[in-house]
Design a protein around this ligand. Structure first.
Ligand SMILES: Nc1ncnc2c1ncn2[C@@H]1O[C@H](COP(=O)(O)OP(=O)(O)OP(=O)(O)O)[C@@H](O)[C@H]1O
Length: 289
């Protein structure tokens, strides 16, 4: 559904994208993660046709993005709603622009408002909504026409649990119907809930791709045991459960507390220092240059 290859984008001295490749199949949710400044938003902006790349290609259902806007739903990182326009009018406006009319439009608005828990606020101007209600409305604008490609750039930033739940359930439902989804976030738990595959961006490129389990498999978690005499043992390990069992079997002291921390997105981010680096000293010894 989405095929992106070799995207580059430079802002003066800053190389925002440096050969960004990503493919997303219908029904697939790709969690796009990476440090601040890794190029995620620039990627979303290029795919949604908001900015032109310097090089590279974007194909949506096999075609360039601009004539295909109705296939895309975008929820930008920063809230972009009209303060004096109601939630209902926003949804009708964007649904109408995508070609929905009369009864189909009315029922799409009502159904989506229910999914996003916005029914009670449909006639409230966006400027009078809470931050979480605005987030849901922003996502609603992206979702109203049931696009085949959803680009959601940190849709749950600053969201409370209700907003997060409503958004995750709705996104999961759309993927189950066949939408391809790119979902940027800094919260790994959301991506686990969405059963997303991960694409890890660094310095304008995707440097790792796989399920969370695959990408975290080689990273270390930590096991901490505290003893009645105030001593503690702390072990960094790629197998926290196995290490815990071993330590418990070996100890002769009274254990007062156990803490097992599995590797998470923070560990993955820390490991990015190594991921995707080009060896500085050329090819390994023994190989032809
Ligand atoms: N309009 C712009 N002008 C100049 N530099 C820009 C512009 N937009 C982005 N950049 C730079 O391009 C790089 C990539 O930014 P981008 O917003 O794509 O990162 P990001 O991965 O989305 O970050 P975050 O997680 O903070 O949202 C950064 O170094 C940023 O400062």
């Amino acid at each position: 559904m989405l095929e992106v290859s070799g995207l580059t984008k430079r802002y003066g001295e800053v190389q925002a994208l440096g050969g960004f490749d990503l493919t997303v199949r219908p029904g697939e949710i790709v969690g796009l993660v990476g440090h601040n400044g890794a190029g995620k938003t620039t990627f979303v902006d290029v795919v949604s046709g908001l900015i032109r790349p310097d090089e590279g290609t974007v194909l949506i259902a096999g075609r360039p993005p601009v004539p295909h806007r109705h296939l895309i739903g975008v929820s930008p990182q920063h809230i972009a709603l009209y303060p004096s326009v109601t939630v209902r009018e926003h949804l009708k406006l964007f649904g109408g622009l995508a070609g929905l009319r009369r009864r189909a439009l009315r029922s799409a608005v009502e159904e989506l408002a229910e999914d996003l828990r916005l029914t009670a606020f449909l006639d409230r101007p966006a400027g009078l909504l809470s931050g979480g209600q605005q987030r849901r409305t922003q996502a609603g604008v992206a979702l109203i026409h049931r696009p085949r490609l959803l680009l959601l750039d940190e849709p749950t930033a600053g969201a409370d649990p209700e907003t997060r739940q409503a958004l995750l359930e709705t996104v999961r439902g759309r993927a189950a119907e066949g939408a391809a989804v790119v979902y940027t976030t800094h919260y790994l738990t959301e991506l686990t809930e969405l059963e997303a595959t991960l694409a890890v961006a660094k310095a304008g490129r995707v440097v790792a791709r796989g399920t969370a389990a695959e990408l975290l498999a080689d990273l270390s978690g930590e096991v901490v045991l505290e003893f009645a005499d105030g001593e503690e043992i702390r072990r960094s390990t790629t197998d926290p459960t196995g290490t815990l069992m071993r330590l418990l079997a070996e100890t002769t002291h009274t254990v007062t507390s156990v803490d097992v921390r599995k590797p998470d997105l923070d560990d993955l981010y820390r490991s990015l220092a190594m991921l995707g680096e080009v060896p500085a000293a050329g090819p390994p010894e023994g190989e032809a240059p």
